[in-house]
Design a protein around this ligand. Structure first.
Ligand code: GRF
Length: 202
């Protein structure tokens, strides 16, 4: 059975692209990106979706009275597309409780640091400024906290002499593009089971 995927984005969409490519090359089978939803009008991710014939929808959070009303609209669209998996690919908002409850263990995020260190914004720079020798990226299920959900895959990226936050971020991004599709593939194949906060590969 095909898993219908929704990808929530806010920006350039390089992680979205990595999922599109993995599906088109049939590295990920039995999955379809049914819709890309952006909270930012000019997000390049929307353009990427259009280029691949994927429905691309901008929902303006400012046109709703509050976050709850905005997320009701998001939920409506997710329902229309019969979504079985939601990917947060550079989506710059904290997902609210109702969406999380409706899609428990069906929302996956990519974060550019080795969680539980360096949660939140500018994680690569946070790690760099802290002086860590090894950083990396994490794919995890989304729960009510910020970057706290059960971890699916992590990849290490060493900090090199002469690195800047930008060069480190670029090398981390390369790894994001590997592990995000890998996690999606495992999910779609039904190989991920969540027990407490631990993800078991079956
Ligand atoms: C990535 O670094 C991702 O880890 C973070 O936001 C960035 C999004 O980049 N959550 P892109 O829009 O996928 O290119």
């Amino acid at each position: 059975m095909t898993t219908n995927i929704a990808v929530l984005v806010s920006g350039r969409g390089s992680n979205l692209q990595s999922i599109i490519d993995s599906i088109e090359s049939q590295n990920i089978r039995d999955a379809k990106i049914s819709v890309v939803i952006s909270d930012v009008k000019n997000a390049f991710a929307l353009e990427r979706a259009c280029r691949h014939g994927i429905d691309a929808i901008f929902i303006d959070p400012r046109s709703f009275v509050d976050k709850k009303a905005y997320e009701q609209e998001v939920l409506k669209i997710l329902g229309q597309y019969d979504i079985g998996l939601i990917l947060l690919a550079g989506y710059m908002r904290i997902v609210g409780r109702e969406v999380i409850e409706a899609y428990r263990n069906k929302i996956i995020n990519i974060h550019p640091a080795l969680l539980p260190s360096f949660k939140g914004l500018h994680a690569q720079k946070q790690a760099f400024d802290y002086g860590v020798r090894i950083s990396g990226c994490t794919v995890h299920f989304v729960d009510e906290g910020m970057d706290t959900g059960p971890i699916i895959i992590q990849k290490c990226v060493p900090v090199l002499e002469g690195d800047t936050p930008d060069t480190l971020a670029a090398r981390i991004l390369e790894q994001e593009h590997q592990i995000f599709p890998e996690a999606v593939k495992l999910f779609v194949e039904g190989k991920l089971k969540v027990e407490g906060r631990v993800v078991i590969r079956t």
